[in-house]
Design a protein around this ligand. Structure first.
Ligand code: PMP
Length: 371
């Protein structure tokens, strides 16, 4: 029945390496091992069709079932209210930077500028109308999250970024907003419980806590469809149309949706978002304690705003010799992906959901031995 000459054996993830790789990559980043194993089977023979998931119609009943399950698990994990659409779109979070104002910016919108990604969202919104930057931490290289601001009641919406991936800062609380609250949760979605009903629109590129790159999750209150701007909306930018078509207006990113489903099943099996929060708290506590108590290292951002997803730190007395020695010690221990973003320098350890505590322990051991 099955025509391709694939072997049925799954290649172990770390087969090529003698050392286990501890994957601290900022994104695309670590996913649950079970998501790989299930997806590999579906590449070979999807749902007993004898066809690969990569070569089957997205209109097949087998893929429709995947789409339904993906939709349902997002609703369950995020407690999405009935009157919201859950959409799986293409274009990355960066497309949301302009799709949101295209749909909803009538006159002016309020934004907080908390990092390069927030700045990107602001830049695109300016193409559509007035953008009121009500708070910014740019002057301090985005090393904290501003909290002292008020959201104008006449704004069309308020946009914020829950986790600033590059700088390692995270909103611990969300403001109560007099206008629709819109949030870029690309780098901490599914990492902790949030009250979805407080948000009018949540979006996230998948490639951190959800799945592989190529799909963007949008959770949108259908009441927003009555607040659309009067400008024409091309079909591909129309949330309402995507909602009516069940994310199948065009060919959806089939494979990233499948892998996301399997990764989210792992989240569910491991206690859902509350389980992830406990797991992520333990990892963050271990690493930040080490950063604070180890004489060689310091954190780079305000302690109260420290992200539980991306921890940024520097060597106190950086010099090429020390940096090389630390890099070599990390490599030796199988630590991968901790180089900081070029705009911050130093190190960034990303600890997304699927990263085990054991990997943080491995990094901490290297830091302590190094000291
Ligand atoms: N927002 C945040 C918070 C991000 O971290 C990123 C990139 N990782 C983006 C937006 C842009 O996402 P994409 O590459 O999917 O367009």
């Amino acid at each position: 029945m099955f025509s391709h000459n694939y072997t049925s054996k799954i290649v172990p993830r770390f087969a090529l390496s003698m050392t286990k790789i501890h994957n601290f990559s900022a994104g695309p980043s670590i996913l649950a091992g079970s998501a790989f194993e299930k997806s590999i089977e579906d590449i070979k023979n999807f749902a007993n069709t004898g066809l690969s998931i990569l070569e089957i119609s997205h209109r097949s009943k087998e893929f429709e079932s995947i789409m339904d399950q993906a939709n349902a698990i997002v609703r369950e994990l995020m407690s999405v209210p009935e009157n919201y659409d859950v959409l799986f779109l293409g274009g990355g979070a960066s497309t949301q930077f302009f799709q949101i104002p295209h749909n909803f910016l009538r006159t002016s919108a309020a934004y907080t500028k908390t990092g390069v990604w927030a700045a990107g969202a602001i830049k695109e919104a300016k193409l559509y109308g007035e953008v009121n930057v009500i708070a910014s931490s740019e002057a301090d290289n985005y090393n904290y999250v501003p909290k002292d601001y008020s959201i104008p009641a006449d704004a069309d919406y308020f946009h914020c970024t829950s986790n600033n991936t590059i700088y390692g800062t995270q909103m611990k609380q969300f403001p109560s907003s007099p206008v629709p609250l819109i949030c870029d949760m690309s780098s901490d979605i599914f990492s902790r419980p949030v009250d979805t009903s407080k948000f009018s629109l949540i979006y996230a590129g998948a490639q951190k806590n959800m799945g592989p790159a190529g799909v963007t999750l949008v959770i949108v209150d259908k009441a927003m469809y009555d607040r659309r701007a009067s400008r024409p909306i091309p079909s591909m930018l129309d949330y309402k149309l995507h909602g009516e078509k069940g994310s199948m207006y065009n060919t959806p990113p089939v494979f990233p949706i499948l892998v996301s489903l399997y990764n989210l099943q792992w989240v569910k099996e491991n206690g859902g978002v509350a389980g992830m929060e406990a797991r992520n708290n333990a990892k963050a506590e271990l690493l930040y304690n080490t950063i604070d108590n180890n004489p060689l290292f310091s954190g780079t951002c305000a302690v109260e705003d420290r992200s539980h997803m991306n921890a940024c730190f520097v060597l106190n007395d950086p010099n090429p010799e020390m940096e090389q020695k630390f890099a070599a010690a990390c490599k030796e221990a199988g630590i991968s992906g901790i180089k900081g973003h070029r705009s911050v320098g130093g190190y960034r350890a990303s600890m997304y959901n699927a990263l085990p505590l054991e990997s943080v322990q491995a990094l901490v051991n290297v830091m302590n031995t190094f000291a």
